[in-house]
Design a binder for this molecule. Structure first.
Ligand SMILES: [Zn+2]
Ligand SMILES: [Zn+2]
Length: 373
């Protein structure tokens, strides 16, 4: 990021951290967590331990990080190198990101920026100005991306509560501050699972690795197949709902499915997996040493906050997580995609000098669509 942009964004971030101390707290079991942070145009500082809110606030005010992170893991010695930390356990974490959902809307709100000459092109493999192939994809998340991501979160919550018996109070959903959601499970039964066990759990949630037999399909003798009922628990019930829709059609559909044979069923199973498997990022769930963006902190990819969604259904990230100041700033914007913040539409802009509220200016600067004038 250009120095002149860094100066503005730094000032705005500092103001945020000063004004919104109430949103930023150290998580429970503070002394056992690893903290880390990044500053604009600088590398990551990791393996820190922080005692309390006071110390965290001091770090925010003195360092003004572009991003702040904290481990979901608990260690005996969080500030030692990884091999000496002595891992004690970790909260379960799930990451749902709009970019992994393969949504049709996505092509309408991504573009590429040339890292060599800063030119912005709608799509392509080469920069249309300098020919460079160093293009960076930028996405301006849309409303549809967010509502589809929320649906995945809801389906994840259903599995966690119904199939795993986790209490609602033990689950926390946060907007990531850019394109997705982080779901935290704070339940001691799951904290000591190792990476392999977490991978199995992720597979279950994604509905991976299921075989036709699990759903009652008989390979040797199709007619002996007994397909699941919509009232069954877990995936059998969910698949039944997907196959039969309503009870009235069941008998006819069972006949059709069974007569289609084993291999047709197997192919369909893959379609159902795409349809009803929850689209979490398994690598995130498996990683027991990762540090995650701290709740209440700003995301430098957007200037939006990572915040707790108390009411997921009505949560609007483009308003509820947009908490920067609204004083006017003059910028040069080259932003081919329009976006909405706090219910106001911005753009598209073609290399224009414009005056917009700070939060919109920072959003465009963080995305790489604007420079301070
Ligand atoms: Zn270029
Ligand atoms: Zn979208």
């Amino acid at each position: 990021m250009f120095e002149k942009n860094v100066k503005l964004v730094n000032d705005v971030f500092k103001e945020y951290y000063f004004k919104h101390f109430e949103l930023i707290h150290v998580p429970t079991r503070t002394s056992e967590r690893e903290f880390g942070y990044q500053k604009f145009n600088e590398g990551m500082t990791r393996h820190l331990s922080i005692k309390d809110d006071k110390e965290l606030h001091l770090l925010l005010m003195t360092q003004v990080p572009s991003d702040v992170y904290c481990s979901n893991a608990y260690y005996s010695f969080p500030n030692l190198p990884m091999s000496e930390k002595d891992w004690k356990g970790a909260d379960l974490i799930f990451d749902i990101d709009a970019k992994d959902l393969k949504l049709d809307c996505r092509t309408s709100h991504i573009c590429c920026k040339c890292n060599s000459c800063q030119n912005i092109v709608k799509q392509g493999i080469n920069c249309s100005v300098c020919g460079s192939t160093k293009l960076e994809t930028i996405s301006v998340t849309c409303k549809n991306c967010m509502s589809e991501s929320k649906k995945e979160v809801v389906r994840l919550l259903e599995i966690l509560t119904k199939d795993f018996g986790i209490q609602k109070e033990e689950i926390k959903v946060c907007f990531s501050g850019n394109e997705g959601f982080h779901v935290y499970v704070v339940n001691s039964d799951y904290q000591t699972l190792d990476s392999r066990e977490r991978a199995d759990l992720a597979d279950y949630i994604m509905f991976n690795g299921i075989i036709p037999e699990t759903l009652g399909m008989n390979k040797q003798n199709n007619s002996k197949s007994t397909l699941p009922d919509v009232n069954e628990r877990g995936w059998r019930g969910r698949v039944a709902k997907e196959i039969f829709g309503s009870k009235s059609k069941r008998a006819k559909i069972v006949q059709e499915v069974i007569s289609g044979g084993y291999s047709v069923f197997q192919a369909k199973l893959e379609d159902w997996r795409q349809e009803i498997g929850v689209k979490i990022d398994p690598k995130v769930t498996m990683d027991i040493h990762r540090i995650f963006r701290l709740e209440g902190s700003l995301n430098s990819k957007s200037g939006l906050s990572k915040i707790l969604c108390k009411d997921l259904e009505n949560f609007d990230p483009f308003s509820d997580a947009c908490l920067l100041g609204d004083e006017n700033v003059e910028i040069i914007a080259n932003c081919p995609i329009s976006f909405k913040l706090k219910n106001k539409k911005y753009g598209p802009y073609e290399k224009e000098k414009i005056t917009v509220p700070k939060y919109a200016a920072v959003y465009m600067i963080c995305k790489g669509f604007a420079d301070i004038n």
